[in-house]
Design a protein around this ligand. Sequence first.
Ligand SMILES: [Zn+2]
Length: 262
Amino acid sequence: MFERYTEKARRVIFFARYEASQFGSPYIETEHLLLGLLRENPALTSKVLPAIGSIEGIRKQIEERTTPREKTSTSVDLPLSNESKRVLAYAAEEAEQLKQKHIGSEHLLLGLLREKNAFAAYLLNSRGLSLERVHEIVSKGLDTGGQAFDIVEIHGHGWDLTYVQSQLLELRKFAWRKRQWKPLDTLVEIQSDRTFFDLTLKDDSGFKFVANGWPREFCSLCHWELNTDGGPEHTAGYTNGREWLCAECYEKLLQPMDKAGE
Ligand SMILES: [Zn+2]
């Protein structure tokens, strides 16, 4: 069954079986495959999963969810769960679609993400890693070598994916809606000439009201300017009611993660 697997992918399965036995699980579950993958291919995981944190963090989360059982002897040939079987089938499909003869650990990662309701997909999605994102990275990376792994392009500039991913995890805490940027009315502290945003102090004698006092805002992620005089690219954005994201950052980075997480 594993003839088409690369040596690395075989070792993922080997390690997954070991992990399952250590948890005393009667089956090799998707989370054991994920642990196997993290253990076997640190190069892939450090490139593709910058936001995932340490393998220890993932292991801890798996332990918290798992009923403690006696370890199984590693000589027992544990079967794959049905979910894990589907992960392997998806991995084979992914290799075919990418016209790769062999099934590698990157295809197993895609397989894990495609088995959406399984625990491994939850662990990956909850760390901000979507199927679409990994598709993009893997297909680019396979064509162009290592560099494409680490860079995402926003407004024609390359951004460090590691940086972006960690920001996205924060931004995902909020709901975002598309809005046209409009200048905000503000107050200005008369004594200092400094801006104040809370209009409830409008009648305070220390402040004066300034209509459209805040004419521009910056994307919380890429610092693209939102204003009313730079054309549609600068006017349309997404807001959580407090911060703003430019349309490109939201539609290219945040929205795909939400779709994958559904
Ligand atoms: Zn942006």
